[in-house]
Design a protein around this ligand. Structure first.
Ligand SMILES: [Zn+2]
Length: 246
């Protein structure tokens, strides 16, 4: 049976002499693995559609172990994400977050549209990549059920938040009574910046001004938060981001 679906290439690996196995995030079918026969051959019609980030309309059929790609038509190759070191690093981080954050075979159109919009925004922007990345991660984590709690203490439900910290595993802020259980420093200016990123439209991010030191503090919290709740020790793309010149 043939299936028509839109999908984004999260990962591609070589398989046998001339094939590729893709991890796709599909609009209708969620995360799936699909084999592209002969995709490594120079004249293969699958060369474009098997590139990382590429967003295409696929025709697939389901075999015993894998989906097989029968046809594909590129809708947006996101070429610039593979050509710019910074965009490649941040884009890889986005794809890795998605790969580990979604369950195989479960469709989620809201997340699909978030990922698509994030890649589109990243491909068009010239700076402020970190701000986009953090907005994406906060939204993504919220969409999969891990929205950070910023208004009441996650230990004792206290809404009096004068002196606070952030508890990674608990998923939110802790009050002054519980601050010995906090992992990361956080204050009102960090909270309001997180709040702004959580609710901002990605194409209006430019109008939200957040000082660099606050972005760095948010990055520390959000990175640990993502790894903790996705049950990962690290992401490969995190080393990539650290390695690129600032
Ligand atoms: Zn408390």
């Amino acid at each position: 049976m043939y299936i028509k679906t839109q999908g984004i290439v999260l990962k591609q690996i070589s398989f046998k002499d001339s094939d590729k196995i893709l991890t796709l995030f599909c609009r209708e079918n969620g995360k799936i693995n699909a084999i592209a026969k002969g995709a490594k051959k120079t004249k293969s019609p699958f060369i474009g559609i098997t590139q990382m980030f590429c967003y295409s309309e696929f025709v697939l059929y389901k075999g015993r172990n894998f989906y097989h790609i029968n046809q594909g038509e590129v809708l947006n190759s996101f070429y610039s994400l593979r050509e710019d070191l910074y965009k490649l690093a941040y884009g890889s981080y986005i794809l890795e977050t998605v790969e580990y954050g979604i369950t195989e075979g479960e469709s989620n159109e809201r997340i699909f549209l978030l990922v698509l919009k994030t890649l589109k925004t990243l491909s068009l922007m010239e700076r402020d990549f970190l701000k986009l990345l953090l907005a994406f991660q906060l939204k993504f984590m919220s969409f999969i059920g891990y929205k950070p709690e910023l208004k009441i203490c996650v230990i004792c439900n206290n809404s009096q938040l004068d002196e606070i910290k952030f508890n990674i595993a608990g998923g939110g802020v802790v009050c002054s009574k519980c601050k010995h259980l906090g992992d990361e420093k956080i204050d009102k200016s960090i909270i309001s910046a997180i709040d702004a990123l959580l609710y901002a439209k990605l194409d209006t991010l430019e109008s939200i001004v957040i000082p660099n030191h606050i972005l760095k503090d948010i990055q520390t919290i959000v990175t640990k938060y993502t790894l903790n709740h996705l049950d990962r020790k690290t992401f490969k793309s995190l080393d990539f981001i650290k390695a690129i010149p600032k």
